[in-house]
Design a protein around this ligand. Structure first.
Ligand code: DGP
Length: 116
């Protein structure tokens, strides 16, 4: 099997570089985005390195569902009662800059639509 290249997010998982971690379980970890685009901007990532959603495998289905349930839990933890947005940037046109699947949880202000 070919090796999946690691990113800075693997270093965060291994605590090799600091991050403001708000949630962790055996499958996922969540931390505040270094460049927040909203008062609450948290990245939820799988510990397994999946470069992007479009490269996820059939047997990642439960893990992908788990990530959404983690978002739900953190949104409640962060008291985002008025709403929030979940974004997955995929690939170049999607604006993805880190090749480790991540869900952006954005909230704490009214968010515009459509995105840029
Ligand atoms: P995307 O453009 O969807 O690939 O988003 C990548 C996000 O990752 C971007 O919003 C900035 C964030 N980010 C990049 N490097 C770091 C880091 O070292 N620490 C933290 N906390 N966030 C990072």
């Amino acid at each position: 099997m070919s090796q999946v290249p690691e990113t800075i997010f693997s270093k965060i998982i291994r605590r090799e570089i600091p991050a403001d971690i708000v949630y962790e379980d055996e499958l996922a970890i969540a931390f505040r985005d270094i460049s927040p685009q909203a008062p609450i901007h948290i990245l939820v990532i799988p510990k397994k390195v999946i470069p992007r959603l479009s490269e996820s495998a059939a047997d990642d289905q439960a893990l992908l569902g788990h990530l959404l349930k983690v978002v739900q839990q953190i949104a409640a933890q962060e008291k985002l009662d008025k709403g929030f947005r979940v974004v997955i940037n995929n690939g170049e046109d999607g604006g993805q800059t880190v090749d480790h699947l991540h869900l952006h949880l954005l909230g704490g202000r009214s968010l515009g639509w459509p995105p840029g």
